[in-house]
Design a protein around this ligand. Structure first.
Ligand code: SF4
Ligand code: SF4
Length: 107
């Protein structure tokens, strides 16, 4: 144990610094799946995303569009994969915590 302790004194930390200043967030991998984005204009209301979502996140909304309750989302990316119009994208935004649940509804 003493050997390991001494060794780690001269190693770089394996953790990364979490910086909350705008534009200086910790870098994420290219294919990272963060909070999804929805392009309402591109959506044709086919409801494929509603059918594949395992978390019951997506519901049909007015005018053949959909709404997302992000608080239930497990970021699996299946909706983005199946959408024929590319209306759903997984962003790199990982800070989803909020005090206001209404802020987690995407329409
Ligand atoms: S990422 Fe997965 S859980 Fe989240 S809305 Fe899409 S299909 Fe549902
Ligand atoms: S799969 Fe895409 S086009 Fe179809 S309802 Fe969902 S977001 Fe709209």
């Amino acid at each position: 144990m003493l050997y390991e302790t001494l060794r780690s004194l001269f190693r770089r930390p394996v953790t990364v610094e979490y910086i909350t200043k705008p534009g200086r967030m910790v870098p994420v991998p290219e294919r990272f799946r963060g909070k999804l984005t929805y392009d309402r204009d591109a959506c044709i209301g086919c409801m494929l995303c509603v059918r594949v979502c395992p978390g019951g996140v997506i519901t049909s909304a007015e005018e053949r569009k959909v709404a997302f309750n992000i608080s239930r989302c497990i970021l699996c990316g299946q909706c983005a994969e199946i959408c024929p119009k590319g209306a759903i994208k997984m962003s790199t935004q990982f800070e989803i915590v909020t005090f206001d649940k209404n802020g987690l509804i995407v329409k």
